[in-house]
Design a protein. Structure first.
Lengths: 236, 236
DNA sequence: ACCTGAACACCGTTCAAGT
DNA sequence: ACCTGAACACCGTTCAAGT
């Protein structure tokens, strides 16, 4: 009598499940069929596993989406060293774009999860922190970096929403981070983000909620864009 | 014996259903609870109606989403007349932003529906057509308008994806427009969009698929942005 | 102690049975 | 002819019953 084998969808025996394997299957499924085709049941099926087995490795679907975001954001190249800020930023943004083209669902998912969470996922934080670092090394003041991030806007990671939105806005109950990091650890791990947040908050501490005047930043970025177009129009 | 009254959820008698009322209820529901809280059953409930009744006024949920997009995009102010292009574009983009802040679900829904459809919804087309018109009246060549739209990017309507993406990309089966408009009618109704599409296609008809070189346009816009930041850095 | 089938409360949509 | 309840094929997640 043959030994009973846990059959996968193709009848093959399978390696043990892990968070990585679950996330990998989820990313592959989303790449193929879009985010609408992504379901816990479908992921389980593609792994030759009962749906409930996934919940051992991801707490729920939202955490799965966060994990997928982290996985693909980590595909973005780190900033080039030993070049000027412009080359480094340019190369990195183009790398982010290549990632977004490989994973057409990513921008949408990042945007929707950013809206629901209080803090971006770790990989997104790392991405931002190192991007800020490039600007700082290039001689940008904290204020100027802040403007720069708003100017880059959706070219940074594909989504258009502000990253750290006013959390005191009514009607927007956001999930507290399940593995919430204490502020001092945040500051240690993402020093540039922390410094920026500090500077921005101190600047305008008369404003309630987030210290960032989104309307001002939006207009600033818009005007920089329009000025660029005007210059282009004149030189043509 | 009392006359039987079709009871609404609050027990009130209700005006007859219409597409407008259905869309209005859907928009209100999304404004309150986000797009995840939006379901055909919930919309029906808020109207004091059985779910199936909605299908008399909207074909399915995707058409409902398209209708919601059209409804909120029509809230954007028309471009101001009798001013320079810069003032007109600026004012209009700020109006679009106010709409997106009123309807936080809109950018996400527009982006996801743009990806699924072959043609943007009528109100989006009108918005683009009149926006192109403002640039044209300001003396922009068709090519320059094309660049300008890419430069504006997500500030135009909140989403980051290209509007008329390469429809020959593999794996992206897009819905044909249910009420597909013949090309000549398209050209008559959206003359500026048509002229732009024509110019862009003729320019690069060696390229297969859409005539727009997205990579080039992305880099063009990115460089304009980076140049603006560099100028800012030098004058600080 | 571990695993999982059945179940629950949803979802969009179809369709036949009712008036 | 019109309307709609029941049903179908899904969904994320819980939980008790099984080993």
């Amino acid at each position: 009598m043959e030994r009973t084998v846990q059959a996968g969808s193709a009848g093959r025996s399978r390696p043990p499940l892990s968070t990585e394997r679950v996330l990998g299957a989820a990313v592959a499924l989303a790449d193929e069929g879009g985010v609408d085709a992504l379901s816990m049941r479908r992921i389980a099926q593609s792994l030759g596993v009962v749906p409930m087995a996934l919940y051992k490795h991801v707490a729920n679907k939202n955490e799965l989406l966060d994990g997928m975001i982290d996985a693909v954001v980590r595909e973005i190249d780190p900033p080039a060293r030993d070049t000027d800020w412009k080359t480094a930023v340019r190369g990195r943004v183009l790398s982010a774009r290549r990632m977004l083209l490989r994973h057409p669902w990513a921008a949408q998912v990042i945007e929707s999860r950013i809206k629901a969470r209080t803090t971006p996922t770790p990989a997104v934080m790392e991405y931002l922190d190192s991007m800020i670092g490039v600007f700082r090394d290039g001689g940008f003041s904290l204020d100027l970096v802040h403007h720069a991030l708003h100017v880059m806007g959706s070219r940074l990671l594909g989504f258009s929403q502000e990253l750290f939105e006013d959390s005191s806005r009514p009607g927007t109950d956001r999930e507290p981070d399940p593995a919430a990091m204490p502020p001092e650890e945040m500051a240690a791990r993402y020093p540039h983000v922390a410094a920026l947040a500090m500077a921005v908050t101190h600047d305008t501490d008369s404003v309630v909620g987030s210290g960032c005047d989104d309307q001002f930043e939006f207009e600033f970025a818009l005007d920089l864009t329009l000025d660029g177009l005007e210059r282009l129009l004149r030189t043509t």
